[in-house]
Design a binder for this molecule. Sequence first.
Ligand SMILES: Cc1cc2nc3c(=O)[nH]c(=O)nc-3n(C[C@H](O)[C@H](O)[C@H](O)COP(=O)(O)O)c2cc1C
Length: 333
Amino acid sequence: MNAVFVAEMTGNESPMENMTLYMAPLKGFTDYLFRNTFADYFGGFDLAVAPFISTRTDSKIKRKYVKDVWPERNTRLPVIPQILSKSARDFTVLANYLFELGYETVNWNLGCPYPMVANKKRGSGMLPHTDRIHHFLDHVIPRINGSLSIKIRLGWETADDSFRLVPILNQYPLTELIIHPRTGLQRYDGETDLDAFAQCLALSTHPVVYNGDIRTAEIFNQLSLRFQDVSRWMIGRWCLADPFLPHNIKTGKDDIRDKIERMKRFHAALHEQYCTVLDGPGHVLNKMKGLWKFFSLPFSDCNKALKKIKKATRPDQYLHLVNRFFDTQAKLR
Ligand SMILES: Cc1cc2nc3c(=O)[nH]c(=O)nc-3n(C[C@H](O)[C@H](O)[C@H](O)COP(=O)(O)O)c2cc1C
């Protein structure tokens, strides 16, 4: 816990008082330990959508299956659990289990682009099948004991999917629609299509959350100028690359001193927690090394240090190398 950091950072009057900033779900990255530690050290987010939980076909949900969203593990940042499924029946079982835990809203993932998921008409692979989504919601909505939000992309291959889908979604009582303006085929690369996002926004009667490539406060400012009706914004990869970004956007100020020191302490706190919960040093190293895919992005000339870090074979050696990097080599671009 590092409430001091956050108290210092949230003391300012926010020029963006009416906006809500969401941490995006990143499977493998933004688990409960990451979400809590991020909230303690950097702040800025109002809530998080948790990485997806796949449904089970046997109708038996064990508590362990949803451990990332146990309420007692999510005390630092409000969370919306997310479900990945193409089966309305299985979805209903899992959603109702999550509502019993105390959640008011669950999110349905219609955005995942990975072939293993999409080829089975799940995630963004379901987007061309408007009729299936229609039937799914007809089954689910009357049977769930809480509310639903949906996260979509523009479509699988083209934005026509969402232009067809959004008017259908208007018929259902959703809390919000999160839109990542890429197609499934694009995965996470290539341009976002802001014109298509504008069309979806105009079509939707639900509150819309914008998500995609908010890399800097300047980019956020441009987007918020263009989409003045949007007050909900979601940031994924770029809060790992620049953890000060949410605070910066919220307050309109890039005023944090000792950025590198704070990143170092955040990293050490995360490392310590993974050491206590993960099963063995190999898992800790894999988890921590994986984070550097995004953690390394704000630093110039860090390839050599990163290579050494990736070669570490023990968590204590790894932590030593990372701390040395932060103390003596790290230079923000
Ligand atoms: C490694 C990784 C894992 C992701 N996992 C999920 C997920 O579990 N659920 C989801 O809806 N989106 C997931 N996404 C998509 C992100 O939530 C977000 O929509 C996407 O990264 C675009 O936003 P960004 O440009 O701010 O990162 C994932 C993306 C990445 C790169």
